[in-house]
Design a protein around this ligand. Sequence first.
Ligand code: BES
Ligand code: MN
Ligand code: ZN
Length: 486
Amino acid sequence: MQILFTDTQPKNVRLNARIVNKGDSLADLDPALSEGSDIARFKGNPGQVFEGFVSVDGALSRVAIAGAGAADAADRRLNLERSGAGLTAKYLRSGETEMVLDLGFAGLNGDDAAAVLTGVFLRGWSLDQYRTKLAQEKKVSLQTVHVIGAPEGTQAAWEREAAIAKGVEFTKKLVTEPANIVYPESFVAMCEEAFAGTGAEITVLDEAQMTELGMGALLGVGQGSARESRLLAIRWNGGEKDEAPTVLVGKGVTFDTGGISIKPAPGMEDMKWDMGGAGAVAGGMLALVSRKAKANVIGVMGLVENMPDGNAIRPGDVLTTMSGQTVEVLNTDAEGRLVLCDALHWAQEQYKPARVIDFATLTGAMIVALGNEHGGVFANDDTLADQLLGAGKATNDKLWRMPIGPAYDKLIDSPIADMKNIGGRWGGSITAAQFLHRFIKPGTPWAHCDIAGMVWSDKPGHAHDKGATGYGARLIDRLVADNFES
Ligand code: BES
Ligand code: MN
Ligand code: ZN
């Protein structure tokens, strides 16, 4: 979707929209609209949209009024996004190709207006490319939003927001594309294309290089797949030369069948988005790079496909990780931690980071605990945990703190190796986090975000249609902006 700023009312655009707060007077409008909105019980609630038609100089004008809630609401920013998203949701496939959006109402400042535009823009993303028989009236029609009445500072604020939104869209695309399109090598290729010319440095390790480094756990997961595994690093040096980087690590299982411990057939298609952690890291990096963040940040993604075949790892196999620690694989479906442990170890060796944060659709148990409202954050450092929780609140990519500790750690001791890859029946998300913790060097602040419940949604939200939510890209951008930028 294209967002254009203009000073004069564009001619020949039928659809005209404005944003109002809860309870705002609409007395300046035609009575058919002001009284009509009353009759329709339009209150200006966040995301609520009223539509009316009026005749202007003999031509019919379609007028939309979107609610942004109370001006002093605690979640004002989110409500503003909802108002913009409400407009897009209503008109995206309406047949209208253009909309004029007047942001000169509701007492908006430049940041507020940019938040509205963020909602307008993000709610517009969809992947319709494979729906070749889609009826004409169901196709996306809305292409251009002409912004008038923009408060001072809107364009500058939107420039920054648009860079971040680009990252969110990239995350959505990576997550939405099926596993025959997004597999380790193509994931890398998509990133190479997205980051080309941005100044970000890309490093890719192939299987031979990972074998050389001894990444037996990551390679073990990939060895049942016809697709080759990859380790991808995207580096952005926007900070001071001597400043130790923030390292983000993503689980990129491009499809998770479970391997020999195969998953049941119903719902297995969901496991195309088991690369949502890597998708969040890639999108978060694109946001940072696009707005030229003043920080040193590196995104590391472990990319593998978990398949069962004659060469696949078996339950009972013992793998040697790059760290030298050994793992008894009791369940080949607990593969994410096997991918992450080598990626985490490599990232620490390679970059000597100031802090490490990983993102992973790691456990179904996380969804049992927190549903689809919060990701879980496990950390060995309270400051880093608080920074993540704060960024989550600010962006609505919400997180909730979960515990770790030695008593949980004991649950993954193995009689034949240094550890096993599953704990018992209880606390499955915590034992997974404990596993990862064993690969963090003492003294390195680390946080693990289990986002299994967050990357995909069966219903539309304020910044997405049903499907990929884009979770994590904005969280990462905000974490860096608020805490690690000079
Ligand atoms: N990718 C799954 C976790 C998952 C499940 C993410 C549902 C999103 C939705 C992960 O690899 C997995 O299979 N975990 C197992 C771990 C178990 C074998 C200890 C699980 O959660 O069942
Ligand atoms: Mn699995
Ligand atoms: Zn998985």
